[in-house]
Design a protein around this ligand. Structure first.
Ligand SMILES: Cc1ncc(COP(=O)(O)O)c(C=O)c1O
Length: 472
């Protein structure tokens, strides 16, 4: 068969390629004018929490330790108001095979690909997920291709991404490295079509369900170690799967309401698709450049309906600065003897500040760590930032300008979070969901309430402001 391999030709076959490569016909879940049945999509994978636990324990994933950070807690209490400073715990996800919670995500996708008889697995990711998929496919004896956005137009690669390529290759995967730009999706689709491999997208229900065990474990670990539930769980947020899967796992394990706080590095002003900005950021994930667009428009992902829907679960969304995360990374290393990578430490920097709002008998869990290594190490990232002309200094982190400076806090008390306006984010999500529609159905209003975790009154008020009508 002669296929049209032009960009428009391949993109016009996008839905069919996705249906074959993920094995899900997303159209059967569509409801009303704009909605879809999210819970049925998740249920239909056929894997429940106990099945996922069994698969993960057979493939080197999960059951990571929850560790109390006594010295960081003591440090937070030194700068907190009297009686304040919750106990800080961290779930040491770096101890999964492949070094991050992404192993949970990859484990179910790769298990499923093997079960369904796919000849191999492809994933488009520049981050930990590539290594996680490569590690899991190695265990299953399946070929693996990882497609990365790696270089700027000068051919200079972000050290963290280059390092990840090496890890993927070490696991036996083939790595396709591209420069910044829209052609990644085209290449990805042609590879899926050519090979007939499974698309281990980050955003399928398989991937997100794999993270539910993390939420379940942290509740069980906390109860076992302290005899009580955590009061607050802080989650590093980018595409939203981490937060979604963790929150869903928590809800399946306790009826008690646990506060879920998302945390991202503030990269305001830097453009993720910009060649110029690509190497001016020191974080390749866990930042607002992914966090904001994915929260307000989750279906911008590479599958028709993303299973990562953080706005359904998030109670509060905060940012920290790059300098604060580097500082806390070093503090974790020297005070606790735990050297870990940047993405997990985003939630640690936020958690360190947020614990100071809480009483001393309360418990805050930082939900993950990730491994560190040559390219992602904080010293390597700071050296790379310096080479790219970023001004690095100590001072007040509020002065940091992403892409221009990195300001390390001159004192511990200067580590603070900034709250993002969740109501504005919810409005924006509703606006994106109704996009070109002037009238929606009654079921769509319920869908929007679930999507944004808000009341009918709020949703209908926003619809009215947008001049969108709805059926009662
Ligand atoms: C270690 C680590 N933490 C957090 C995240 C953010 O996860 P998500 O994109 O699901 O929000 C990532 C994703 O790249 C990651 O690798």
């Amino acid at each position: 068969m002669n296929r049209d391999l032009s960009v428009t030709g391949v993109l016009s076959r996008k839905n069919a390629i996705m249906r074959t490569s993920v094995g899900i016909d997303y159209s059967q879940y569509e409801t009303g004018t704009i909605g879809f049945d999210y819970e049925r999509l998740m249920r239909d994978t056929g894997y429940d929490l106990s099945a996922i636990r069994a698969i993960q324990s057979a493939y080197g994933v999960g059951n990571t330790p929850l560790k109390e950070l006594r010295h960081l807690t003591a440090l937070a209490r030194k700068v907190a108001a009297p009686g304040k400073g919750a106990r800080i715990f961290i779930k040491d996800e770096a101890l999964n095979d492949s070094g991050s919670f992404k192993a949970r995500r990859a484990s179910i996708s790769c298990y499923h690909a093997k079960k369904m008889g796919f000849p191999g697995v492809i994933t488009a990711t520049s981050g930990n997920y590539g290594a996680a998929v490569a590690s899991q496919t190695a265990k299953h004896g399946l070929p693996c291709i990882v497609v990365q956005e790696c270089y700027d137009s000068r051919g200079i690669g972000q050290p963290e991404i280059i390092e990840k390529a090496r890890a993927c290759e070490a696991y036996g995967a083939e790595v396709v490295q591209l420069s910044v730009g829209p052609e990644l999706f085209y290449h990805f689709l042609t590879l899926l079509e050519e090979t007939g491999y499974f698309n281990a997208s980050l955003y399928t229900p398989f991937g997100v369900q794999g993270i539910e065990t993390l939420g379940a474990e942290l509740i069980e670990d906390c109860l076992k170690q302290t005899g009580r539930l955590p009061d607050r769980v802080v989650v590093t947020n980018a595409g939203g799967g981490n937060l979604t899967g963790t929150a869903r796992g928590i809800r399946q394990t306790t009826n008690q309401r646990i506060e879920i706080v998302g945390a991202s590095v503030n990269l305001k002003g830097l453009h993720m698709a910009s060649d110029k900005d690509f190497n001016r950021k020191s974080f390749t994930t866990g930042h607002t450049g992914f966090g904001m667009p994915f929260m307000t428009n989750p279906d911008r992902s590479d599958v028709p309906r993303s299973a990562a829907r953080p706005l359904r679960y998030i109670d509060r969304y905060v940012t920290v600065n790059q300098g604060e995360v580097f500082f806390i990374t070093q503090a974790l290393t020297v005070l606790e003897g735990i050297e870990r990578g940047p993405a997990g430490n985003v939630s640690l920097a936020a958690g360190f500040a947020l614990a100071q709002e809480m009483d001393q008998d309360q418990i805050l869990i930082v939900q993950e760590t990730e491994y560190t290594g040559a390219g992602k190490h904080h010293q390597a990232q700071l050296a790379f930032a310096r080479e790219n002309g970023i001004d690095i200094r100590f001072g007040d982190p509020v002065e940091e300008v992403p892409g221009i400076s990195i300001v390390l806090p001159e004192s511990v008390g200067k580590i603070r979070t900034v709250d993002l306006d969740l109501e504005a984010i919810r409005r924006s999500a509703i606006k994106n969901a109704v996009k070109d529609h002037r009238r929606i159905q009654a079921s769509d209003v319920t869908y929007l309430m679930e999507e944004t975790n808000s009341s009918r009154e709020f949703v209908t008020r926003v619809l009215r402001d947008l001049s969108v009508e709805w059926e009662e």
